[in-house]
Ligand binder design. Structure first.
Ligand SMILES: Nc1ncnc2c1ncn2[C@@H]1O[C@H](COP(=O)(O)OP(=O)(O)OP(=O)(O)O)[C@@H](O)[C@H]1O
Length: 464
């Protein structure tokens, strides 16, 4: 640092009239600073930037003037912008998620934030283990890493983890911890809650409570110090840097259309469930390939072809008249060429009957949900439901956001459909995992979002 200061001082001396360029706002209280007293404010700021957050924090002890400068919001914004997390995510998280999900509903404008305080709090947030246990595929990893470190096929390995069965959940969580080579007792755990039992009835509420309790009980028994369980759809919305909107999660077995206002699932408005998801699309592609006598060994081949070649047609009838041939090599199986199957397989999302499924089309479910939100009039801002965020691996299909937006507009009255925007999944199949990552790095994560082991035991004890 001494060398750096000498260098800066040298350049200051060579600046003509540098003393006069000192900001007029510089407080005149550094009487014992010697030559440093003559440093212009912008140069001191530059020094503080160069020495980094740790030294800048120490510099606050020098004198009142340096304390003022080293606490400057712009300086700490600079440090935050140069941190690991993208700045837009930091701003979103610290302005809207700091208060935690219990207070978000009543929280209006963030008060003046001290970025120095936020910086120091974020630096102290411990790493958490994130487990997004999808019904088809589980994604898990460290909150401080840039992506999930592992995935596994939940349905093959663990069966239905949405049932609150203690032994199954314990086996599931223990296996994930073993694969990550972590002790559950070493850090907070953040888990996604599936959108099952979506009604607003007493029995659905009881089932949701039962599943949440089972998750907390298992993790508490495994000695997790703090647990945070958040709805999968809410996490996907956070990944899109929003706290209100409609999340369309094309899941493994089913698709859910979930209205969310300020981080809370609006079950009283209506969550729509469509009984088909990724599995049906894969199954229908397999059927179409059988019809064309295309031979393949495993389901993995179909899944790969679906992910690499399939898309959603902007207009199904027009697409049928086009040449849509495309090929893809599947390791160990050879080269496959698909034509109309590329968009026919995915068309069941909009026209389920072509695949023999009796269900609502995706656009109908979304339009119904939007209509319910519009008539419910539960928020002053009537645009809260006009952002539709797609989630789930299947939502990565090219062409899906545009087609869905067009189809929804065709159904709704212009006054309601005006301004509707369908956004692609912000992080593909990992959207919920990334939403959890944003939450688990918020400066107030443990206090505002987690239930500690002690709090959980106390709560359970009170229930008896
Ligand atoms: N780029 C892609 N294009 C099309 N499909 C994809 C793509 N990426 C992943 N998928 C499909 O997404 C499915 C898995 O989705 P996802 O991981 O969201 O399921 P899940 O989280 O288990 O579902 P649920 O919400 O029911 O828990 C798989 O069938 C996979 O083939």
């Amino acid at each position: 640092m001494a060398m750096l200061l000498r260098k800066v001082w040298g350049s200051v001396l060579s600046r003509s009239g540098s003393a006069s360029s000192r900001g007029s706002e510089f407080p005149a209280s550094c009487s014992s600073m010697g030559a440093f007293e003559w440093l212009p404010t912008d140069v001191i700021m530059q020094i503080l930037r160069l020495v980094g957050p740790r030294e800048a924090a120490k510099a606050r002890a020098v004198c009142r003037a340096w304390k003022l400068l080293a606490s400057d919001n712009m300086l700490w914004v600079f440090f935050l912008q140069n941190g690991k997390d993208p700045w837009d995510l930091v701003v979103f998280a610290e302005s809207l998620l700091r208060v935690g999900f219990r207070s978000m509903m009543y929280f209006d404008q963030p008060s003046e934030l001290s970025f120095m305080h936020i910086y120091s709090q974020r630096a102290k947030v411990p790493g958490a283990v994130i487990i997004d246990g999808g019904s088809g595929y589980c994604k898990y990893g460290w909150s401080k890493y840039s992506s999930p470190s592992g995935r596994c096929a939940t349905f093959l390995e663990f069966g239905n983890i949405e049932s609150p069965m203690y032994s199954r959940l314990r086996h599931f969580f223990s296996t994930i911890f073993a694969r990550m080579q972590v002790k559950p007792s070493s850090q907070p755990i953040i888990v996604s809650m599936p959108i099952c039992h979506s009604d607003d009835t007493e029995s659905a509420r009881a089932s949701r409570r039962q599943l949440r309790d089972a998750i907390y009980t298992v993790l508490s028994d495994l000695n997790a110090p703090a647990v945070c369980a958040i709805d999968q759809a809410v996490l996907a919305l956070y990944a899109a840097k929003r706290t209100s909107g409609i999340v369309v999660n094309i899941g493994f077995h089913a698709t859910s259309v979930v209205p969310i206002l300020r981080g809370k699932v609006m079950r009283q408005v209506g969550v729509e469930i469509v009984g088909q998801g990724a599995l049906k699309v894969t199954g229908f592609l397999r059927e179409l390939m059988h019809q064309r006598n295309m031979a393949f060994e495993s389901l993995y081949t179909i899944r790969t072809l679906k992910e690499k070649l399939c898309y959603v047609a902007a207009n199904y009838d027009t697409e049928l008249c086009k040449d849509t041939k495309a090929s893809c090599e599947v390791a160990g199986e050879g080269l496959f060429t698909l034509s109309k199957e590329r968009f026919q397989a995915t068309e069941i999302l909009f026209q389920p009957h072509i695949g023999g499924v009796r269900a609502m089309g995706l656009h109908q479910a979304v339009a119904l949900c939007i209509d319910h939100c519009a008539t419910a009039e539960i928020a002053i801002d009537d645009g809260w439901y006009k952002t539709v965020v797609l989630a789930g691996g299947t939502a990565c299909l090219p062409g899906l956001p545009g087609r869905l937006e067009n189809e929804v507009r065709k159904i709704l009255e212009p006054s309601i459909s005006e301004g509707i925007k369908v956004l692609p999944p912000p992080y593909g199949a990992d959207s919920a995992w990334f939403g959890a990552k944003i939450v688990s790095n918020v400066s107030t994560f443990q206090q505002a979002w987690c239930l500690s082991k002690k709090q959980f035991r106390h709560k359970r004890w009170q229930q008896f």
